[in-house]
Design a protein around this ligand. Structure first.
Ligand code: NDP
Length: 449
């Protein structure tokens, strides 16, 4: 009989926490989990899933327009924000139910309340219960980081979008990362007037330069306004109309000011300071390759560790933790060459190094194609697709792939496998093209630029 109430106590029922709890229980461990909000975490409740449903919703606007070139008359389409919200909320409720059932069916004890860490082997629940655990896993995720400018209480963050009952007529979005740009395209597709403000003279600053330029061009063609090189100074609210004043003296008015300037690890009040737990320079929980913190009985996975703030990464980290601790099979999640999609419109798929980073580290050849996809020959839409391969000259290995256009997210998942396997440009060249697709361009680029 164990000296502890449970073998594993998981704090946070998001992607990483749920995966770890279920797997550990399946290996025979006695597991409890605590969640103060809703099961499923950021991804399911207020992130990837409801966001992607909104991406689908917003992309219909262009489908209706494009259909005309193919002979369809679809009349004047109308959009109902309330109906989308109700249907989306019902789907999220369904998914949360599935998460709960999965935990329940695995024999995990669920505590629907906040939990904090008291010492290396004790967790305290909000209702005062204390539970001792051989191991604790912190999987509390992250939350939006709102800059401390004057009037910041008048802005909304990504969590709030899914609660909004009414579609704004105008929105100003602060930030030029994943969240700001995905929502700029969502709002624009649904008919809201959108302005994006970012502190850098570009967006997606850490991505390939051609990707940045191509996206800016395509977003502007769709009517999204970008105001770059300025930061927020203040927001004032007059009867519901907000005025955002920027560092360059320019001001924008809108009903909604939406700030997406990064996320921070969710550790406030968790009790980590009592344990002297080591944090990274960015305030995330510092862990080793096996997700072990500086307190040996406590592990941490997912966004709270700020390794790569992506759902599949948290899931892999959670699984590797369980293999290591509960299956005597030491395993670390592989963070190298993570493929990722940004669900802007057009969509981006990217894996490996951008051209600028690759040039600093390697002698490279760059293959680039920019073309009008077949869909837009008849639709008449002025939208181009971009594909780019970065090849290390010495080894011929493809060390970066960057795509913008319809289906990029789906393509990059498969290309990620090729890159992980160490595919060379010669491997791409000897792969037969699939015709007629846009992706065939990836295996037919012959001459470096
Ligand atoms: P990002 O890190 O992607 O972007 C943050 C943006 O905010 C950048 O444009 C940055 O400017 C700007 N910014 C940061 N600090 C300041 C500051 N002090 N003043 C002014 N501007 C600032 O963060 P997000 O919030 O968009 O997303 C968080 C993370 O969530 C992502 O990194 C990603 O890992 C994950 N995510 C993934 C998605 C996906 O897989 N599709 C979707 C959504 C989120 P600058 O350009 O100068 O750096």
């Amino acid at each position: 009989m164990s000296d502890y109430d449970v073998d594993l106590f998981v704090i946070g029922a998001g992607s990483g926490g749920v995966r770890a709890a279920r797997m550990a229980a399946q290996y025979g461990a006695k597991v409890a989990i605590a969640e103060e909000s809703r099961y499923g975490g950021t991804c399911v409740i207020r992130g990837c899933v409801p966001k992607k449903l909104m991406v689908y919703a917003s992309s219909f606007a262009e489908h209706f327009e494009d259909a005309r070139g193919f002979g369809w008359d679809v009349g004047e389409p109308t959009f109902d924000w309330g109906k989308l919200k109700a249907n989306r909320d019902a789907e999220i409720d369904r998914l949360e139910g599935i998460y709960r059932n999965l935990l329940n069916n695995s024999g995990v004890t669920m505590h629907d309340q906040r939990a904090t860490v008291m010492d290396a082997h004790t967790v305290a629940l909000a209702d005062g219960t204390k539970i001792t655990a051989k191991y604790t896993l912190i999987a509390t995720g992250g939350r939006p980081n709102v800059l401390p400018f004057e009037g910041a209480e008048h802005v909304i963050v990504s969590d709030d979008i899914f609660l909004t009952e009414k579609q704004p007529e105008r929105v100003v979005i602060v930030g030029g990362g994943y969240i700001a740009l995905e929502f700029a395209c969502i709002y624009n597709g649904l008919g809201t007037d959108v302005t994006v403000v970012n502190r850098s003279p570009t967006v997606l600053r850490e991505f390939d330069g051609d990707v940045q330029r191509h996206l800016i061009e395509e977003m502007e063609k769709k009517g999204i306004k970008l105001h770059l090189g300025a930061t927020p100074v203040s927001v004032a609210d007059k009867g519901g109309t907000k005025t955002l004043t920027l560092s360059d003296g320019i001001a924008f008015e809108a009903e909604t000011i939406f700030v997406a300037t990064g996320r921070k690890p969710n550790i406030d009040g968790l009790g980590l300071e009592n344990l002297g737990m080591k944090l990274t320079g960015k305030g995330a929980i510092a862990v080793d390759g096996y997700s072990q913190t500086s307190v040996p009985s406590i592990y941490a996975v997912g966004d709270v560790t700020d390794r790569a703030a992506l759902t599949p990464v948290a899931i892999r980290e959670g699984a590797a933790f369980v293999e290591t601790v509960f299956n005597n099979n030491p395993m670390s999640a592989d963070h190298d060459l993570i493929p990722t999609a940004i669900f802007t419109q057009p969509e981006i798929g990217t894996a490996g190094m951008g051209e600028e980073e690759a040039r600093e580290k390697h002698e490279i050849d760059v293959y680039r194609a920019s073309f009008r996809p077949m869909l837009h020959t008849l639709s008449g839409r002025d939208e181009k697709m971009l594909m780019k391969l970065i090849v290390d000259k010495a080894s011929d290995k493809v060390i970066g792939v960057h795509i913008i256009g319809h289906g990029s997210g789906e393509m990059i998942q498969c290309l990620g496998i090729a890159l992980k396997m160490g595919a060379t440009k010669a491997d791409f060249d000897r792969t037969m093209a699939v015709h007629p697709t846009a992706a065939e361009e990836l295996v037919t680029m012959k001459t470096p630029v």
